[in-house]
Design a protein around this ligand. Structure first.
Ligand code: SF4
Ligand code: SF4
Length: 364
């Protein structure tokens, strides 16, 4: 098998040779800078060994939202082309928080820093007991929390609360040592992404699990990518899909409160899963739609980490303003990355994850 970097290079080169230069991808891109970019120039720069600083700056602004892919009649992966372009530049500092301390092969300083994080941000006991463990019990069902085991939300805890309510047997993969590698992949750091992919694939396939459930849309994409690249056979489900599969056993209370739903780019736009969370929300509340919904959703900018934070803050505040304009008092997400990007900005509107809402509405 080729290295990941070689495979991505081959795929991008082949795709660029099929590009019709129609520019629909750039016209669909939410970045204002994209409209001024010459498509021939962009394609040349993607293939160049030494792209210009201006084009690298554009690549690092990319949200990895996939709006470009969705508009391409040739089904080309423009988001992947941007990740490939990033691989040729120097990662801005704003990305660091999303990439460091991940994986099992940490240097001595990173090991100490990660230990301090484990103390400072220690999750509740029901989650902390799973952190970075390497032995898993025999079970069909695995929850994949990885880095979001440290989420200041109680989403992992409530997800397990639903599983306990259902009386299911399960185990949990949690902690930075089990990072899915997707942030590194999207940042164009394919050499750091690949060992993380392989470690996670081996961790999962060394268990008896048939199904892996995750509440992060980016982890979901990573898990599917890893399974397909290394020929695994486990099933990957979003938390929403997993809850939906058990919904007949869940008695949920319904209110007339209007709730709006924020679609994640990866699930609603690129995986066409927008109906699944809506059906669940409608069992608990009255759903009101934002103007930009389903495949037309607006990106939370989560995969651009902290690069140009002021612009990211405006992006998030604008989305919350759009949510409030529906009359809803709550915006629900189904991706913890989206949740964590919006929650700190929420004023006059609550931001909650679908798993939290389901847990709180269970007739216990
Ligand atoms: S992934 Fe999104 S931000 Fe990046 S180029 Fe495509 S449309 Fe633009
Ligand atoms: S939309 Fe597709 S075919 Fe058109 S320029 Fe973009 S990548 Fe090329």
């Amino acid at each position: 098998m080729n290295s990941l970097a070689e495979d991505i290079k081959q795929q991008v080169e082949s795709e660029i040779s099929s590009c019709r230069n129609c520019k629909k991808c750039l016209l669909a891109c939410p970045l204002p800078e994209s409209k001024g970019i010459d498509i021939f120039h962009l394609n040349r720069e993607i293939l160049s060994e030494r792209p210009t600083h201006a084009m690298l700056d554009f690549a690092f602004l990319c949200y990895s939202c996939g709006a470009c892919n969705d508009s391409c009649s040739e089904h080309l992966r423009r988001d992947l082309h941007m990740a490939y372009l990033r691989s040729k530049g120097r990662l801005p500092k704003g990305f660091t928080n999303l990439l460091h301390w991940r994986g099992r092969s940490l240097g001595p300083i990173d090991k100490v820093l990660y230990s301090l994080k484990r103390i400072k941000d220690r999750p509740v006991d029901s989650i902390a007991g799973h952190l970075d463990k390497t032995e898993f019990k025999d079970t069909d069902l695995l929850f994949y929390f990885a880095c979001y085991a440290y989420s200041p939300s109680n989403i992992p805890e409530k997800t397990l609360g639903i599983a306990d309510h259902l009386g299911l047997d399960y185990d949990v993969i949690a902690g930075y040592s089990h990072c899915c590698g997707w942030p590194h992949f999207l940042a164009g750091d394919f050499d750091r992404a690949e060992p993380l992919f392989i470690d996670l694939f081996n961790t999962i396939t060394n268990t008896t699990a048939k199904t892996v459930v995750t509440g992060c849309a980016e982890c979901y994409k990573a898990l599917k990518f890893i399974r397909d690249r290394y020929a695994g056979s486990f099933k990957v489900l979003t938390t929403t899909e997993w809850i939906t599969a058990h919904q007949k056993k869940l008695k949920l209370t319904k209110s007339t409160e209007p709730i709006t739903f924020h679609d994640s780019c990866q699930l609603s736009r690129l995986e066409d899963k927008a109906d699944v969370p809506r059906a669940l929300v409608k069992k608990m509340a009255s759903l009101v739609e934002m103007e930009a919904n389903r495949r037309e959703t607006r990106c939370c900018g989560g995969m651009r980490a902290g690069h140009e934070p002021e612009r990211l803050n405006i992006l998030r505040q604008n989305r919350l303003t759009e949510a409030k304009s529906t009359g809803a008092k709550m915006m629900v997400t189904e991706c913890i990355t989206c949740y964590e990007k919006y929650h700190p900005h929420a004023k006059d509107i609550k931001v909650r994850d679908l798993s939290e809402l389901v847990y709180d509405r269970l007739k216990k």
